[in-house]
Design a protein around this ligand. Structure first.
Ligand SMILES: C[S@@+](CC[C@H](N)C(=O)[O-])C[C@H]1O[C@@H](n2cnc3c(N)ncnc32)[C@H](O)[C@@H]1O
Length: 313
């Protein structure tokens, strides 16, 4: 996961200080290790639990007025992954609007995630009032396709959960979503918070890590600033979350190494980072800017931020 879009050239942390002789490579260059490390991150963190709390406590109110009284509600999920978070949110739409049919358009470039999402839908009971259409492509490919087809479709609820790091331009993506938002519609964006350990780690070491073209260091603070600059209305929510990184400090621990790969977005960081850089970064991970100690555990600050954008009219 990552901070600041290509549009914010001044803020973007470029990997200019990276040691040219370093053999560090982006974690994204090995998709299966990325997926493994992401699953482990979900296991060791309260990432989905804190989203669930937001979905249970805040989302019902946010969604209460969408739909304009029509017989169907249109939902667009961008970067939906394997769909677990989507289905939780869709249940809230259903609870608030029990009479309507829910049409879901999903934009997800990973074939593996699309397959997992389809499997999840096929084994989940009581989805008769929902339909799903998967588009295996990136958000910019989807935007392009809609423009080429002169498609004017609008959605009542658009969500982008932990995905804006990977889009070509966050402003263009938000603009596209806002143009296609129904009256009373809502856009929900979740990213790591500007107060999280991620933000500190990226600020201090982002320039020395092998960030690749498909991932930017963006926090919910950057998105809030972009939304404000665009003159759009939005609300911000903090979603406290933690990640147990204790294993990262056990020498040779395979799962600890996978988590460090996820934290640094570097393939086999422990084996490929220059030793002095590795020990400096590992030490920083324990510092209060990133983590706290709870009993015998080292707990990384994984706080997320949710931003809810509304139509202007
Ligand atoms: C960190 S995962 C989040 C998945 C899910 N929303 C969740 O919270 O569990 C990011 C997802 O965004 C997808 N993605 C990456 N680049 C994208 C792009 N340019 N447009 C749309 N989705 C993208 C990835 O394939 C992945 O499924």
């Amino acid at each position: 996961m990552c901070s600041s879009s290509r549009l914010y050239v001044s803020q973007k942390i470029k990997p200019t200080n990276m040691d040219k002789s370093s053999s560090m490579r982006s974690l994204f260059s090995d998709h299966s290790r990325y997926v493994k490390s992401f699953q482990l991150f979900l296991d060791r963190s309260t990432e989905h639990q804190c989203m669930q709390e937001f979905i249970n406590k805040e989302l019902p109110d946010i969604l209460s007025r969408i739909g304009n009284g029509n017989s169907s509600i249109n939902v667009l999920g961008i970067g939906s992954g394997s769909g677990e978070v989507d289905l939780q949110m869709l249940r809230k739409v259903e609870e608030k609007h029990p009479e309507v049919h829910i049409n879901n358009d999903i934009v997800e470039p990973s074939a593996e995630h699309v397959m997992l999402y389809k499997e999840l839908v096929s084994r989940t009971p009581d989805l008769q009032k929902m339909s799903f259409k998967w588009n295996k492509m990136t958000s910019s490919e989807y935007e392009k396709q809609m423009k080429e087809e002169n498609e004017k479709k609008k959605w009542d609820f658009i969500h982008m959960i932990q995905v804006l790091y990977y889009v070509e331009s966050i402003e263009e993506t938000i603009k596209f979503c806002h143009q296609h938002l129904e009256k009373n519609g809502k856009i929900v964006i979740i990213l790591v918070s500007g107060n999280s350990g991620w933000a500190s780690l990226w600020k201090k070491y982002g320039s020395r890590l092998p960030l690749n073209d498909i991932c930017n260091y963006i926090t919910s603070r950057d998105v809030k600033e972009a939304v404000d600059r665009m003159g759009l209305k939005c609300q911000h929510y903090d979603l406290p979350s933690i990640m147990d990184i204790t294993e990262c400090f056990i020498d040779g621990n395979e799962e600890g190494e996978l988590l460090v790969d996820f934290l640094t977005e570097t393939l086999h960081f422990s084996k490929t980072a220059p030793p002095s850089f590795k020990s400096e970064l590992m030490e920083y991970l324990k510092q209060p800017e990133c983590s706290t100690r709870r009993d015998d555990k080292i707990v990384f600050n994984n706080t997320l931020g949710a931003i809810v954008v509304e139509p202007l009219f």
